[in-house]
Design a binder for this molecule. Structure first.
Ligand code: ADP
Length: 257
């Protein structure tokens, strides 16, 4: 929120969204979805109009983290050239708008997505959702798919990507690869979030890499049972609002983005 970004990012495809931010990671399991959900909930708690799009087709976990069930409704609308188009209505989570690929994938089923299919599905999904006017749309990308952001960038205009990693060496190497991928496709990297900082994985690795790559460091989130518990219980929105041990570090990340 501290930096000025391009206005009307989604304007190219008729969306009224000011800033579209992708959240990515080099590898899975580093807490990308947790950080994406916390970022959206945090910005929402600051009073911004926020949407969250869970595009992690390989593990769409965000509806669970937010305790959002049910199926999004659809309404028929007037499209261009007199055609009627179906638009999906996002699920409302305390006033925040949520859409997930998970709503359309049967539980327990795996999905095999080839690159071009994923690119097309994502843009379509974004376009066909009735987001209304938003200050921020946070997109949780599948891990290791920085190139998907290229499609989003070209078609909707992306403010940039936030990269989540843990402080351990293997995760950092993958995060560096992810940065390279984003930079190759000219998607601005907004910075690194170091997640699960603490005794188990170490501390400060992501900050050091951010400095070496001359990219902003957006903050560290400690490994904290409270984060897992709130996530598992579908209470991510409450995590950012209630008194708890993780709230301040997560809110600091939201402010830095
Ligand atoms: P990814 O999207 O990168 O695969 P998730 O966000 O799904 O990762 O997180 C994987 C698991 O780790 C989840 O059970 C989540 O609750 C937990 N987790 C994520 N970040 C933290 C943290 N900082 N402290 C404790 N548990 C965390």
């Amino acid at each position: 929120t501290s930096r000025v970004r391009g206005k009307d990012a989604g304007g190219r495809i008729g969306l009224k969204i000011h800033n579209i931010i992708a959240v990515g990671s080099g590898k899975g399991g580093v807490g990308k979805s947790t950080v994406a959900a916390a970022l959206a909930c945090g910005l929402h708690s600051f009073g911004c109009k926020v949407g969250l799009m869970d595009a992690d087709v390989y593990g769409p976990s965000i509806p669970h983290m937010l305790g959002a069930g049910g199926q999004p409704g659809a309404t028929e609308q007037q499209g261009g050239e007199g055609q009627k188009v179906m638009r999906m209505e996002p699920i409302d989570v305390d006033g925040m708008k949520l859409m997930s690929m998970g709503f359309f994938i049967e539980q327990g089923q795996s999905v095999v997505w080839r690159g071009p299919m994923l690119h097309k599905a994502l843009t379509q999904f974004l376009k066909d959702t009735q987001w209304g006017e938003l200050d921020y749309l946070i997109i949780d990308l599948p891990p290791g798919t920085g190139d998907v952001s290229l499609t989003l960038s070209q078609q909707v205009g992306l403010a940039g990507a936030v990269i989540v990693c843990t402080p351990q060496q293997v995760a950092l190497l993958d995060a560096i690869k992810a940065v390279d991928m984003y930079q190759k496709v000219n998607v601005p990297v907004l910075g690194f979030v170091e997640n699960m900082t603490g005794d188990i994985f170490g501390r400060g690795g992501a900050k050091k890499v951010a400095e070496e790559l001359k990219l902003p460091f957006l903050g560290e989130v400690p490994i904290d049972a409270c984060i897992r518990e709130y996530g598992d219980a579908g209470k991510m929105m409450a995590l950012l609002q209630e008194e708890n041990s993780a709230r301040d570090s997560l809110r600091a990340v939201c402010q830095n983005v």
